[in-house]
Design a protein around this ligand. Structure first.
Ligand code: NAD
Ligand code: UDX
Length: 464
């Protein structure tokens, strides 16, 4: 079946970039991305393409090329569902904050709402594609909802998890290691549905990199991939503390270990802790699923990745307190970087939020600079923790527009996101305007120790 109209429900970090690239590469297919969030859709449609709601290198150019031609952003969810042959569900699947599985299970209410809306609106056969990251066997529930409407519509459900990483989303989409498509390969209709999605990706991705599996393998592979990636970061972060105690340097250890081709060099960069909307959420979900099958050893094994990550964030904050003569009360601490990694404005689960929170508990005064994150977002992140009132957050935390303003008269600087621009700051000037001794804590191993110590900084870096 040749797909002519695609609808994607959810215009977020995944739906927006993914559909923009599909539209650019497949000019004969109309792609409509819909969302209930009116402001988000308005931003995607903004005349100035630099104002699209997601910052990703290269994304605005792709959107500019396809928008209005065969890429559309709309709030009319029903109309887009009605017209589409293929519907991607790309809504958020956050950790549950209530009820059974609170703090662990994935909250599937948004997914279910999409299924019910599709069931209500659809008049002709549809291929429904799970793009969101979902617990294994979710497709079964979707099928149940969709097929119990009695309106004679046939549905094929595919799983097509997304592996893009933020900050490199466009590159990852243009040139992915693999595309994974799970479907019912035992039935002719299922095979045909899989083939129609393969055909879309085959516009720009070599066929040997398009992998087809059964639905459950596809759903579970996504959780597994994120768990393995996060586990590598926690593993190297665990070694970082041992390095600090023994005089080994975690970067050297990481290089030596990563040169073993069986291990590989990627994802072995020690840091203040991984963040982002996926790793923690997906591992917690994996832990929950394992527990629900009674696999407690499996659950404990993966949970340790999160425990290590929480420890790394706390350890970094406590290192600051300890180094500043065991008190930061009333002291000004500059935080450089709030995003969970460079080249994104996304702050979900960013280590910076937790480091700031620990320091605020110690009565520090925090001044924050990030090149892409807006002030309101920073306050919203702190308010979300519910540790203190939002008035208190606004009194104790200032957000400024330059790194120089942030660091002026500070007792210490904590570098928490590896933005390239932090490498080339005028560190001499920063030092001159700080209180002495001037402490610099590098949570990303971005800066060179020697040059900073030559200036006069008291320098601490993760794992060194
Ligand atoms: P997001 O929060 O940025 O976007 C989701 C969007 O869906 C929101 O704009 C929301 O308003 C919209 N939405 C929710 N319910 C809706 C409904 N019923 N109708 C219409 N719109 C609705 O989330 P995201 O980061 O794009 O993640 C989406 C999914 O993709 C998640 O399952 C996530 O785990 C997965 N994923 C994310 C990434 C990533 O890097 N962010 C990577 C791979 C996979
Ligand atoms: C991740 C997966 O990489 C991606 O495949 C999936 O689709 C979504 O989740 P993302 O969270 O966007 O992507 O970014 P990623 O590059 O994986 O980084 C996650 C966190 O780990 C960041 O905070 C990053 O700074 C940290 N990290 C990553 C390290 O601390 N060290 C590393 O070596 C790699």
């Amino acid at each position: 079946m040749k797909i002519k109209n695609i609808c994607c429900i959810g215009a977020g970090y995944v739906g927006g970039p993914t559909m923009a690239v599909i539209a650019q590469k497949c000019p004969e297919i109309n792609v409509t991305v819909v969302d209930i969030n009116k402001e988000r859709i308005a931003a995607w449609n903004d005349d100035d393409v630099e104002n699209i709601p997601i910052y990703e290198p290269g994304l605005s150019a792709v959107v500019l090329e396809a928008r209005g031609r065969n890429l559309f952003f709309s709030t009319d969810v029903d109309e887009a569902i009605d017209k589409a042959d293929m519907i991607f569900i790309s809504v958020n699947t956050p950790t549950k904050t209530y009820g059974i599985g609170k703090g662990m299970a994935a909250d599937l209410k948004f997914i279910e709402l999409c299924a019910r809306q599709i069931a209500k609106v659809a008049k002709n056969d549809k291929i429904v594609v799970e793009k969101s990251t979902l617990p294994v066997r979710t497709a079964e529930a979707l099928k149940n909802i969709l097929e119990n409407t009695g309106n004679g519509v046939n549905y094929q459900i595919l799983s097509n998890p997304e592996f893009l990483a933020e900050g490199t989303a466009v590159d990852d989409l243009m040139n992915p290691d693999r595309v994974l498509i799970g479907g019912d390969l035992d039935s002719p209709k299922g095979k045909e549905a899989v083939r129609s999605l393969v055909d879309i990706y085959a516009h720009w991705i070599p066929k040997e990199r398009i992998l087809t599996t059964n639905v459950w393998s596809s759903e579970l592979s996504k959780l597994t991939a994120n768990a393995f990636l996060a586990q590598r970061v926690s593993s190297i972060n665990a070694m970082s503390e041992l390095c600090e105690k023994t005089g080994a340097d975690v970067n050297e250890v990481s290089k030596a270990v990563g040169m073993d081709t069986r291990i590989g060099s990627k994802f072995l960069k020690s840091s203040v802790g991984f963040g982002g909307s996926c790793f923690q959420k997906d591992i917690l979900n994996l832990v929950y699923i394992s527990k629900s099958f009674g696999l407690h050893q499996v659950a404990d094994y993966w949970e340790q990745v999160i425990i290590m990550n929480d420890y790394q964030k706390k350890r970094f904050a406590y290192k600051i307190v300890q180094t500043l003569f065991n008190t930061v009360s009333g002291k000004k601490i500059a935080i450089l970087g709030w995003a969970f990694k460079k080249d994104t404005n996304d702050t979900r689960e960013s280590a910076a939020i937790y480091v700031a929170d620990y320091l605020l508990n110690e009565q520090a005064e925090i001044v924050i600079y990030d090149p892409k994150v807006k002030k309101e977002q920073i306050y919203a992140d702190l308010d979300y923790l519910n540790t203190r009132s939002s008035e208190e957050n606004r009194t104790k935390v200032k957000v400024v527009n330059t790194p120089y303003e942030a660091t002026k008269e500070a007792h210490a600087v904590a570098l928490l996101t590896e933005w390239d621009e932090f490498k080339d700051l005028n560190w001499q000037m920063i030092y001159d305007k700080m209180l002495k001794p001037a402490f610099l804590f590098d949570g990303r191993r971005l800066l060179k120790r020697k040059t900073k110590e030559d200036i006069g900084f008291e320098f601490y870096a993760i794992g060194n």
